[in-house]
Each structure stands twice: as C-alpha cells, then as structure tokens.
Design a protein around this ligand. Structure first.
Ligand code: SF4
Ligand code: SF4
Length: 156
C-alpha cells in the first residue's frame, strides 16, 4: 500500500526567506570579549541563518574587548536562533527596542497599509477605523512606505 500523501503544501525555507514581508529586523549591540574578536559574526549570520547584517557602529581594538552595533534582517525564527548562536559563543547581546507607531490623529483609515501587512497586524474595525494589533507585528516596515499620508514611523 502506498504511503498516504500529505496534501498540505510544504513551506520552502528559501521562498519564505526571499519574501521581504516575512522578514523582520532587529538592532543589537554585541560586546565581544578579547577571545572572540576574530569571530566572523556577519559571515556566520549570513551562511548559517540567512540573516543579513548591517554594521552601524564598530569599536574594536586588537587584543581588547570590542563593541558592534548591528542591524540584522531575517526570518523571525532565524533571528532568534542566530542571536542564541552569538550568545553561545561568549559574546554578550543586547537587543535595542524598535517599534512601529501610527499617528492615529492623522490616519485617514484608507486601509492601504493593511494590504501589505502579511503578519495580520492591521485591520479595519466595524467602523472602518484602523486597528493595530501590535503583538502580531514583525516590524517588517512594509506599512511605512505604503501610507499615503506618512503617519507610520519606526521608533528606535
Ligand atoms: S504593522 Fe507594519 S511593520 Fe508591523 S508587520 Fe504589519 S506591515 Fe510589518
Ligand atoms: S495607510 Fe496610513 S492613512 Fe491609510 S490606514 Fe494605514 S496608517 Fe492610516
């Protein structure tokens, strides 16, 4: 008897990863002990976790401890695993809080941001007013550029 086929379409990690709406960003401060200064962090993040990183600030002196401020971009699960990987290697990680804010006094409730929010963090209520369900927000920033009246911003 042939094995039962699983009809649910399997998620392709590469397709998921290529979708910018499913990726999110985290800003972190990395404190390196002297023994870890040679760790190729950005290479490990890209190669092992498909996390792109942008170095915003670097203060590293040979034979001493160092500090990097990184913006990491990847799928939420991968970002969590990547951060744990960095911690496990003895580097201290401090996450910098980022959040999306909506100026509801200026919002015209057009719904344009809802159509780009694949996380389901935005909806119109029964009176057609925009609702932001913050716990669902992955801070992908897709809504920021979609707003015709520029009332969405990212706070660091
Ligand atoms: S609310 Fe904006 S930033 Fe948050 S998940 Fe939706 S589109 Fe992305
Ligand atoms: S796109 Fe801008 S104006 Fe339109 S509902 Fe969203 S936040 Fe409000």
């Amino acid at each position: 008897m042939s094995p039962r086929k699983n009809k649910k379409k399997e998620e392709n990690p590469l397709e998921l990863s290529a979708n910018p709406a499913l990726r999110t960003r985290k800003r972190v401060v990395l404190d390196f002990p002297p023994s870890q200064l040679q760790t190729p962090i950005t290479y490990i993040l890209a190669k092992e976790y498909d996390v792109a990183s942008n170095i915003l600030r670097a203060e590293i002196a040979p034979e001493e401890s160092g500090k990097l401020v990184l913006e990491m971009d990847g799928l939420p699960d991968n970002l969590e695993k990547a951060i744990q990987r960095i911690k496990d290697s003895g580097i201290e990680v401090t996450e910098v809080a980022r959040k999306v804010t909506f100026d509801m006094d200026q919002c015209i409730h057009c719904g344009a941001c809802i159509s780009v929010c694949l996380a389901g963090a935005l909806k119109l209520d029964s009176e057609y007013h925009l609702q932001f369900i913050e716990p669902k927000c992955t801070i992908c920033e897709m809504c920021v550029t979609s707003c015709p009246v520029n009332v969405v911003s990212i706070n660091l």
